[in-house]
Write a protein that binds this ligand. Structure first.
Ligand code: PMP
Length: 295
């Protein structure tokens, strides 16, 4: 599904066939989850393949390496150029891009001095389905920000996301919503959350959540479009009185919720700010919004 006979990856300075690449069985990333990754999208725009917010994603990758004490010297510009070449070599325009920094063999609990950079990509259809999600509040909380760097995409942190997604899927839901250690609404297992109440949007502030690049893009669009938005904590009880709710993320883009546990969001999705933002976001990634503004 992710690669075929021809697929190429970037691995420690060169391009090679995915089927020929191998990894170290003794890697600290495999044993302890000490690795850092990104999830990026490229879109087939009228101007050709465009990586959406490459600089922001690669800055976040570098931030993750820094806080985990992983030696990593590539600049966002170098990484972006490598990624464009990788897309071309794989003949991809609509793609998901997965850069991953792994650490070497070191069984002590100190970051290994060896670093590997792997960049993979695979085809990704134009949009995710526009189906509304049925969401379950997870029994798992997001990690305490004093236990790790919650804004770093460290591989080991994703055990929390896997636990909550497994739990939700097992009970017949599409996705999980996680609270923070204080009982406030935090985010989805791999996306940020926004609610709409009386024509106003609310999203949790940074601190207990991933600082999503889609979240930041949506906040910018709201400012430009005059959509009222507030960043503040809110409880599950408040969310269950909201008119509508949506998730944002590189993979999910902007996706609406049908329900949360037993609560059905009452507003018609097509009349919500979320629906409008879903369309504006799609135009933004395809670089069609800029043109509209310029006209
Ligand atoms: N929260 C979590 C836990 C995530 O893993 C992601 C995906 N990186 C997001 C939110 C959304 O972030 P972004 O918009 O940068 O993809």
């Amino acid at each position: 599904m992710y690669f075929n006979e021809q697929s190429e990856v970037f691995y420690n300075g060169s391009f090679l066939k995915a089927k020929e690449a191998s990894t170290n069985l003794y890697s600290q990333s495999l044993h302890y989850g000490n690795g850092v990754f990104e999830g990026i999208r490229a879109y087939d725009t009228k101007q050709g393949a465009k990586i959406f917010k490459a600089e922001e994603h690669y800055k976040r990758l570098k931030y993750g390496a820094e806080v985990m004490n992983i030696q990593f010297d590539y600049s966002p510009e170098e990484l972006t150029a490598i990624t464009y070449e990788l897309l071309e070599r794989n003949n991809l325009k609509d793609a998901y891009i997965r850069p991953l920094i792994t650490t070497g063999a070191n069984m002590s609990l100190l970051t290994s001095e060896e670093t590997n950079l792997i960049i993979q990509c695979w085809e990704w259809g134009k949009y995710m389905g526009d189906k509304l999600l049925k969401v379950k509040t997870s029994k798992f909380q997001r990690p305490n920000p004093n236990s790790c760097f919650v804004e770093a995409k460290v591989t080991g942190h994703y055990v929390n996301s896997i636990l909550s997604t497994n739990e939700a899927k097992k009970e017949g839901y599409d996705e999980a919503l996680l609270l923070d250690m204080n009982g406030n609404v935090a985010e989805c297992s791999g996306a940020n959350v926004f609610m709409e109440k009386d024509g106003k949007l609310v999203t949790p502030p940074r601190g207990h959540i991933m600082a999503g690049i889609t979240r930041a893009t949506v906040i910018d669009i709201c400012k430009e479009e005059g959509i009222p938005l507030e960043e503040r904590f809110f409880t599950l009880e408040e969310l269950k009185e909201a008119d509508a709710c949506f998730f944002t993320g590189t993979a999910a883009e902007v996706v609406g919720l049908q329900s949360l546990d037993d609560y059905k969001f009452p507003m018609n999705w097509e009349e919500t700010h979320g629906y409008n933002l879903m369309k504006l976001y799609k135009a933004e990634v395809l670089e069609e919004r800029v043109q509209e503004k310029a006209l």
